[in-house]
Design a protein around this ligand. Structure first.
Ligand code: HEC
Ligand code: HEC
Ligand code: HEC
Ligand code: HEC
Length: 191
C-alpha cells in the first residue's frame, strides 16, 4: 500500500511539464507572457493574438473579449490557439455569454460587459492560490460543488454558499505597495 502510493506520486511527477514545478502554472509567463508592455496585440496590452478561429456554439461567431485572449493559448492550434492545455471552445460549460438569470446568478463583479467570460470562473493572476486559478477554494477540487454554488446556489449546499470567499485580484486599493513596510516605500535620502 505504502509502496503503491509512493509509486503513484512518482508517476504524477513524471507526467508534469518542467515549469509546473513553479508555484503556479502562470508564474512562468512572468506577466509579460500575457501583457506585452510595448508589443501589445489586443486590449489590456495583451501579448497574444485573440483566437479568431474557434466559434462560440451559442452565437456561431468568433469569441470576443478576454475569452478570445485565453483561447489564444488554450485551444488547439487547428482551432486558433497554441495547444497549451487546450480547453474545448465547443464542448464546454458556456462562456462569452450573457447569463439567463433563471439558470445562473453571476455576482456582478465577475461579469465583463454583462457577460460571463473565462475570468468569471478563473482569476488568472499568479496571486491566486486556488486550485486551477478558480475564484473559490475547492480543497484542490474535492469540494467542487462549493465553487458551482457561486452562481448556481439553488443547487448547492447552502452553508458553503453562505461562507463563500471569492478571490479577486482586480482591485489594487486592498493591498499593493502602499501597505508595504515603511522601509520599502520610503524614498531614498528622505525621512
Ligand atoms: C495568463 C495571462 C495573464 C498573466 C500571466 C497576467 N495577467 Fe494581468 N490580466 C490578464 C487578464 C485576462 C486580465 C483581465 C482580467 C479581468 O478582467 O478580470 C488582466 C488584467 C490585468 C490588469 C488590470 C487591467 C485593468 O484594466 O484593470 C493589470 C494591472 C494586470 N493584469 C497586471 C498583471 C501583472 C503585474 C502580472 C504579473 C504579476 C499579470 N498581470 C499577469 C491576464 C494575465
Ligand atoms: C500566453 C499563453 C497563456 C494565456 C494567454 C493564458 N494561459 Fe493559462 N496557462 C498557460 C500555461 C503555459 C499553463 C500551464 C500549462 C501546463 O501546465 O500544461 C496554463 C495553465 C492554466 C490553467 C491550469 C492551472 C493549473 O494549476 O493546472 C488554468 C486554469 C488557466 N491556465 C486558465 C487561463 C485563463 C482563464 C486564461 C485567460 C484569462 C489563460 N489561462 C490565459 C498559458 C496561458
Ligand atoms: C463555469 C466556470 C468555468 C468557466 C466559464 C471556465 N472554466 Fe476553466 N475550469 C473550470 C473548472 C471547474 C476547472 C477544473 C476542472 C477539474 O479540475 O475537473 C477548470 C479547468 C481549466 C483548465 C485546466 C485544465 C486541466 O487540464 O487541468 C484550464 C486551462 C481552463 N480551465 C481554462 C479555461 C479557459 C481558457 C476558459 C474560457 C475559454 C475557461 N477555463 C472557462 C471552470 C470554468
Ligand atoms: C461564475 C458563474 C458560474 C459558475 C461558477 C458556474 N456556472 Fe454554470 N452557468 C453559468 C452561466 C452564466 C450559464 C449559462 C446560463 C445561460 O443559459 O445563459 C451556466 C450554465 C450551466 C449549465 C447549463 C449548460 C447548458 O448548456 O445549458 C450547467 C449544467 C452548469 N452551468 C453547470 C455548472 C457546474 C457543474 C458548475 C461547477 C463546476 C458551474 N456550472 C459553475 C455560470 C456559472
Amino acid at each position: 500500500m505504502g509502496l503503491l502510493r509512493v509509486f503513484g506520486v512518482f508517476i504524477v511527477v513524471l507526467a508534469m511539464p518542467v515549469f509546473a514545478f513553479a508555484a503556479g502554472a502562470h508564474d512562468g509567463l512572468n506577466c509579460v507572457g500575457c501583457h506585452g508592455i510595448h508589443t501589445a496585440k489586443a486590449e489590456l496590452i495583451f501579448a497574444v493574438d485573440p483566437n479568431k478561429k474557434a466559434t462560440n456554439p451559442r452565437t456561431k461567431q468568433a469569441f470576443s473579449g478576454t475569452t478570445a485572449l485565453c483561447l489564444g493559448c488554450h485551444e488547439t492550434i487547428e482551432k486558433g490557439g497554441m495547444g497549451i492545455a487546450p480547453v474545448s471552445a465547443t464542448h464546454s460549460h458556456p462562456f462569452n455569454v450573457v447569463p439567463n438569470a433563471k439558470v445562473a446568478n453571476v455576482p456582478d463583479m465577475l461579469l465583463r460587459e454583462g457577460k460571463l467570460e473565462c475570468v468569471g470562473c478563473h482569476d488568472p493572476h499568479p496571486s491566486n492560490p486556488n486550485h486551477k486559478y478558480l475564484r473559490v477554494d475547492t480543497a484542490r477540487g474535492a469540494k467542487m460543488g462549493d465553487f458551482c454554488g457561486m452562481c448556481h446556489s439553488s443547487k448547492a449546499d447552502p452553508s458553503a454558499v453562505k461562507s463563500m470567499k471569492i478571490f479577486n485580484s482586480m482591485d489594487e486599493r486592498k493591498s499593493s505597495a502602499s501597505s508595504a513596510p515603511a522601509s520599502m516605500s520610503a524614498a531614498p535620502g528622505k525621512k
